[in-house]
Design a protein around this ligand. Structure first.
Ligand code: ACM
Length: 265
């Protein structure tokens, strides 16, 4: 089945949730797609320096403004949407992503591997690497940004049946875009990395984000890549069922050839 999937790369404004949501709704309405992935912490920006800032933009999953606004956008545009947001649950804060489908169903992932100063504000995610149904029952796994450096994240999503890995990101290190080609090859999955752009300063902290959002294929092709600074939407026609075939040669299969007893857990 042909599936129009891709990313919206943009520069969220720090602490300006309503404005960022307006930008995102506008981007979705201009795009014909079955699945759109937005960056990590797309509604809030990234460079927090105290807990009070985190609290101000935090939302309860399936209750907050982001959920209400983006659920409507998914319905209006008949499109599944993945986006990063600050989640609050039982007094804990998580760097989370939600998947919202046009039929109103929604799913949550909490970032497992926190990066640098995120450890000062967020609790490590406890949802694990689940796979969720998106529009047309396509199987979507979600991981967030720094999860990329742990191959176990993508591997777990693949073993759970993901056809597409949606990867909201706020990348600052130079290696991820290259590494995701390998994640695609070693797991035979599509990946969509939606990165943000721009420099974000908050007092003494400053982050320069690398853009270059991309879509990769199970055969290790980079199907599409943005530049490092533009606000840009990239959509590609993919065939998700290609990811169901884990055969590398006539005698090698990525799942049945595994030798788990020799792997360190
Ligand atoms: C990152 O995980 N946002 C670098």
């Amino acid at each position: 089945m042909k599936y129009k999937a891709g990313f919206c790369q943009f520069k969220p404004e720090f602490m300006a949730k309503e404005k960022n949501l307006e930008t995102m709704v506008n981007l979705v309405s201009k795009t014909k797609a079955d699945l759109i992935v937005f960056p990590e912490l797309a509604t809030s920006g990234y460079t927090f320096i105290n807990l009070s800032e985190v609290e101000q933009v935090a939302e309860t999953f399936q209750k907050g403004l982001t959920y209400i606004v983006m659920k409507k956008a998914a319905w209006d545009n008949n499109c599944s949407i993945v986006l990063g947001f600050v989640e609050e649950d039982a007094g804990n804060f998580y760097n989370s992503a939600m998947l919202i489908n046009p039929d109103g169903s929604s799913y949550l992932y909490r970032k497992t591997h926190l990066f640098l100063h995120e450890k000062s504000f967020f609790s490590p995610g406890d949802t694990g690497f689940q796979v969720f149904p998106a529009k047309n029952n396509i199987k979507i796994g979600i991981m967030i940004c720094f999860d990329w450096i742990f191959p176990e994240a993508a591997r777990s999503l693949m073993l759970n049946g993901a056809q597409i890995i949606a990867h909201p990101a706020n990348l600052v290190l130079p290696w991820c875009q290259q590494a995701m080609l390998t994640r695609s090859i070693e797991n035979r999955v599509f990946t969509i990395t939606a990165n943000r752009t721009g420099v974000e300063k908050n007092n003494s902290l400053s982050n320069a984000f690398t853009g270059q959002s991309q879509i990769t294929s199970p055969l290790g092709e980079r199907l599409l890549q943005a530049d490092d600074s533009s606000q840009i939407t990239g959509i590609f026609d993919i065939f998700p069922e290609i990811a169901d075939n884990k055969s590398v040669t006539a005698m090698n299969d990525l799942i049945t050839d595994r030798r788990q007893k020799y792997y360190h857990s």
